[in-house]
Design a binder for this molecule. Structure first.
Ligand code: BDR
Ligand code: CA
Length: 306
C-alpha cells in the first residue's frame, strides 16, 4: 500500500479510479482540478464520492483554469453536466482549502514517501513545483493518466493528435513531463486496450458505479457502437499494485503547446545528426506502451467485487 495524493477532475472514470484507490492505497488527500468539470464541482464530487466509497481522506480545491490557455468546454456530453452522470443528489459545498498548499506541505513533511496520482490536467502539479521547486526531488513518484504516443494506432481522443487531460493544459503538462520529477505515464496506448462492458459494470454489484456510468455507456453505444468504457484513470491506480502487467519504455517527453497538434505528447526516439534537441535536459520518464489487458481487467473486477 502506497501513500498517495489523488489529484482529479472527477468524472465517471475518475470515480472508478477512486473506488479502486480506496481499496488498495493509503489516500492522504484528494486534490481537485478543473477538467471534466469546473473545479468547484470537482470538490463537490470528490466529497460525495469519497463518502460513497468509504474514503475519509480530506478534499482540497486546486486550479480553476489552465496555466496559459483560455479555459475550454467541460466534458459534459460524456460525463454528464455534474461529471457523475447527473444521477446523484450532491449537498456538499464547493469551497475547500488549497490543493497546492496540501501537495507542497505533504511532500515536504514526508520526503520520498508520497506518490502523486494525477488523472486530470496537470495544472495543480505544475503550479506546486513552480511555487516550491524544492519538492521535486522529494516526490516518490508521479503517476499520470494522459497523453497518446500512437502505439497500435492509439492516437488522440479529443483531437486526432491529443488526449483530453494533456490538451486541457498542455503548458502544465510540458512543464511537468520535462521536469526532474520521476513520472510514469499511462497514455491512451494502454488505456484504450483495457475496455469494460456494461455487463462487467453490472457484475460488480456496486449500485452507485452502475448509476453514474449509465449515461457514459449510452454515449459510447451511440458514438462507438460499444456499450462500455476504457478504464483510463483506473489504470494509474492499478499500476501502483500491478506494474508487471505493463511494458514500459524510458524516454524524455515534451508536449506541443501551439498549433494544430496542440496537446500532442512526443517522446524522443532517436536523432541522427540532429542539431537542435528540444529534449535536452529532460529526464527520461517511464511510458507504459503495452499492457496485459486481461490481467488488468481481472484485477480491476476482483478489486471492486471484494
Ligand atoms: C481522460 O479524459 C477524461 O475525460 C477522463 O477522466 C480521463 O482522465 C481520458 O482521456
Ligand atoms: Ca480524469
Amino acid at each position: 500500500m502506497k501513500k498517495i495524493i489523488f489529484d482529479t477532475d472527477i468524472g465517471v472514470d475518475d470515480a472508478f479510479a477512486l473506488a479502486c484507490a480506496a481499496k488498495s492505497q493509503q489516500i492522504l488527500g484528494i486534490t481537485t482540478v478543473f477538467g471534466n468539470v469546473a473545479v468547484g464541482q470537482a470538490v463537490k464530487n470528490a466529497r460525495l464520492f469519497a463518502q460513497l466509497v468509504g474514503c475519509d481522506a480530506p478534499v482540497f480545491r486546486g486550479c480553476s483554469r489552465p496555466l496559459a490557455l483560455s479555459p475550454s468546454a467541460s466534458a459534459a456530453p460524456v460525463h454528464g453536466g455534474d461529471g457523475l452522470g447527473d444521477v446523484l443528489e450532491n449537498p456538499f459545498p464547493e469551497e475547500a482549502d488549497s490543493a497546492i498548499d496540501f501537495i507542497i506541505n505533504s511532500v515536504r513533511a514526508q520526503p520520498h514517501e508520497v506518490t502523486l496520482v494525477a488523472i486530470g490536467p496537470l495544472t495543480n502539479i505544475a503550479t506546486a513545483i513552480n511555487l516550491a521547486p524544492d519538492i521535486v526531488p522529494l516526490v516518490k513518484e508521479l503517476v499520470i493518466m494522459g497523453g497518446a504516443f500512437g502505439t497500435n494506432g492509439h492516437a488522440g481522443n479529443v483531437t486526432p493528435h491529443s488526449e483530453f487531460n494533456i490538451w486541457k493544459d498542455p503548458h502544465a503538462a510540458d512543464q511537468v513531463l520535462s521536469s526532474a520529477l520521476p513520472v510514469t505515464v499511462l497514455p491512451l496506448d494502454v488505456t484504450h486496450e483495457v475496455l469494460i462492458s456494461g455487463e462487467d459494470i453490472r457484475s460488480l454489484k456496486v449500485p452507485v458505479l452502475e448509476q453514474i456510468s449509465r449515461g457514459y455507456l449510452q454515449y459510447s453505444l451511440a458514438k462507438e457502437g460499444f456499450e462500455g468504457m476504457a478504464l483510463h484513470d483506473t489504470l494509474a491506480v492499478l499500476w501502483l499494485t500491478y506494474p508487471d502487467f505493463f511494458t514500459t519504455v524510458k524516454a524524455p517527453v515534451r508536449v506541443v503547446t501551439e498549433g494544430i497538434t496542440l496537446g500532442q505528447t512526443l517522446r524522443k526516439i532517436g536523432a541522427l545528426a540532429s542539431r537542435f534537441d528540444p529534449y535536452a535536459g529532460c529526464r527520461e520518464q517511464t511510458l507504459c506502451l503495452g499492457v496485459q489487458a486481461d490481467k488488468v481487467k481481472a484485477a480491476f473486477l476482483a478489486m471492486l467485487q471484494a
